[in-house]
Design a protein around this ligand. Structure first.
Ligand code: COA
Length: 273
């Protein structure tokens, strides 16, 4: 079935990798109320799409995302509280509630510019690959506002405290290499290779058992704010649930191939079903 078309985003596919591209290039992919609504709908649809094994969040044109749309989200929103309320809810819903708990692995593929509110979806994605020459920044201070929504929380969660405060307080920009040093991205690559490297990494993810991958990411994220005791309980129950969900793991096929048949070495590559 053909993908739905949207006014503010574009869906593209490459095998089992689905690219969701913010598509307001003329406005540097600034996030308007319409874009937020489109993203909520697309993420909901793709969450249960069997052809989507990995979701990549990118941006069309010269920017990944220039943050919230200062005109349509902030200025127009100030005049229309009901519209602002819906946009605010949609904005939080897709960038955090949906993305940070997405049932498929997600990769932020960042190029050009990434500012302000864009940091929430950057942090919500499971992985981030950034172009070396990308320009990222918390520019809110320049507008007389604070990194709101949950951006300040995202910074505190992902970055060391001194770095988070430094970049939020100064609005100073940094490039893709620095984003890796700050803990915001997994790796940076030359801009010309961004898509190719993203596809290479995403393809690697498609070869892993999707249930194990999903439970692993849910587990790693969930235990972050738990006590060790709670984490141990949670992960024990989580593992039991995984083994019930996935018969192959329940039967310990991979383990039997290593211990009994001696036909598989996990250190040499992922298990192939
Ligand atoms: N909100 C609304 N519109 C925005 C926007 C934003 N966050 N970012 C860019 N745009 C619009 C510009 O107003 C311009 O619109 P116009 O053609 O109708 O005048 C268009 O996008 C192109 O922007 P421009 O500044 O000409 O492009 P550029 O490539 O020279 O610079 C940026 C790109 C991203 C560096 C620059 O637009 C910028 O600094 N934007 C603000 C980013 C920001 O601070 N975001 C955080 C908001 S809290």
């Amino acid at each position: 079935m053909a993908d739905k078309t949207y006014e503010n985003i574009e869906i593209k596919r490459e095998g089992q990798i689905t690219f969701v591209m913010l598509n307001r290039p003329d406005k540097r992919n600034a996030m308007s109320p319409g874009l937020h609504a489109d993203m909520c709908d697309a993420l909901e649809t793709l969450a249960t799409d069997a052809e989507t094994r990995v979701l990549v969040l990118g941006g069309n044109g010269p920017a990944w995302c220039a943050g919230q749309d200062l005109k349509l989200y902030f200025r127009e929103g100030a005049k229309d509280p009901m519209m602002r309320r819906k946009a605010n809810n949609d904005s939080h819903h897709w960038r955090w509630e949906q993305l940070s708990r997405y049932p498929k692995p997600t990769i932020a593929m960042v190029h050009g510019y990434a500012f302000g509110g864009a940091f929430t979806q950057l942090c919500a994605c499971d992985f981030a690959i950034v172009a070396e020459d990308a320009t990222l920044g918390l520019s809110e201070v320049n507008w007389g506002i604070i990194p709101g929504g949950i951006v300040s929380w995202n910074l505190s969660d992902m970055m060391l405290p001194r770095h988070a405060l430094y970049y939020a307080a100064t609005g100073e920009t940094f490039d893709g290499k620095r984003a890796v040093e700050l803990g915001l991205a997994n790796f940076s690559v030359p801009a010309a290779k961004l898509r190719e490297e993203t596809v290479k990494f995403a393809t690697k993810l498609t070869k892993l058992n999707p249930n194990v991958l999903r439970y692993t990411k849910e587990g790693v994220k969930a235990v972050r704010h738990m006590t060790p005791e709670n984490a141990r309980d949670y992960l024990g129950v989580k593992q039991d649930s995984l083994m019930r969900l996935d018969k192959e793991i329940g039967d310990r096929v991979g383990m039997s191939e290593f211990l009994d048949k001696k036909s598989y070495r996990p250190g040499l590559g992922p298990y192939k079903r």
